[in-house]
Write a protein that binds this ligand. Structure first.
Ligand code: KIV
Length: 264
């Protein structure tokens, strides 16, 4: 099978073919996910919660991210590998450039950053310098203390409009992928239709171009609670590789996410 690139994902969007993303943090799981056909793997800063047992993602360091990115890179041969920039590692353009370079040299094929209008000049600067960017909007977990908890975003008119403007702004700044987290399904559909870059949803309904989940949620082994928008595929299959195949199949067929995983 050929390697998945940003060009592949763009073609999928244009053809209306849904694709599937998952987090990974080590070589062995990454290899299995790659072999089963996951198109995008994310070394998410969610590792702060699911690997390190922290309450949120804020304590994760650039060194942590580079370590896990190197591990995942060794396990894969075809998936597109995205790595998260952790909290306060891209607050200025200079910081962003230095830390993105570290993640790309650790093996990332793209970097992901959470933010809004303030981040757009940085995204433009990075893409001009050859660093592909995925922008993450909606519920951005690094801002959990500003939101006052992990809450659905974009429920009122002003916030919905802000999220729409951010999506268009990031596309104009050169972002090649967008993650929408925990927003109402109708807003996610409108955003997905309004931009030409592929949109990956998590807790954003079934109409985005792709879905992403945290691997520990898919396998039902997260510490703490499993979010409502997630699904434990291991429970229904009893086998890790079969669970991943079921997740991919349900995304491709538009079965996942169902109404019970969706915010309206
Ligand atoms: O850190 C992470 O795993 C993420 C996904 C939940 C999108 O950002």
């Amino acid at each position: 099978m050929s390697k998945i690139t940003t060009a592949t994902l763009l073609k999928y969007k244009q053809e209306g073919k849904k694709f599937t993303a998952l987090t990974a943090y080590d070589a062995s799981f990454a290899k299995a996910f790659d072999e089963e056909g996951i198109e995008v793997l994310l070394v998410g800063d969610s590792l702060g919660m699911v690997l390190q047992g922290q309450d949120d993602t804020l304590p994760v360091s650039v060194d942590d991210m580079c370590y896990h990115t190197r591990c995942v890179r060794r396990g894969i041969s075809r998936t597109l590998l995205i790595a998260d920039l952790p909290f306060m590692s891209y607050a200025t353009p200079e910081q962003a450039l230095g830390n993105c370079a570290k993640l790309m040299q650790a093996g990332a094929g793209m970097v992901k950053m959470e933010g809004g209008h303030w981040l757009m000049p940085t995204v433009k600067m990075l893409t001009e310098r050859g660093i592909p960017v995925c922008a993450h909007i909606g519920l951005t977990p690094q801002s959990v203390h500003v939101f006052g908890g992990f809450k659905v975003q974009g429920r009122d008119q002003d916030n919905a409009q802000r999220i729409m403007d951010e999506a268009k702004g990031f596309e104009a700044a050169g972002a090649q992928l967008l993650v929408l987290e925990c927003i109402p399904a109708a807003l996610a559909k409108a955003v997905t239709e309004a931009v030409s870059i592929p949109v990956i949803g998590i807790g954003a309904g079934k109409d985005t171009d792709a879905q992403i989940l945290v691997m520990h949620d898919v396998l039902g082994i997260s510490t703490g609670y499993i979010p409502r928008f997630s699904k434990n595929y291991l429970k229904q299959t009893g086998d890790i590789r079969a669970a991943i195949r079921a997740y991919i199949e349900e995304v491709q067929q538009g079965v996942f996410p169902a109404d019970e995983h969706t915010f309206n």
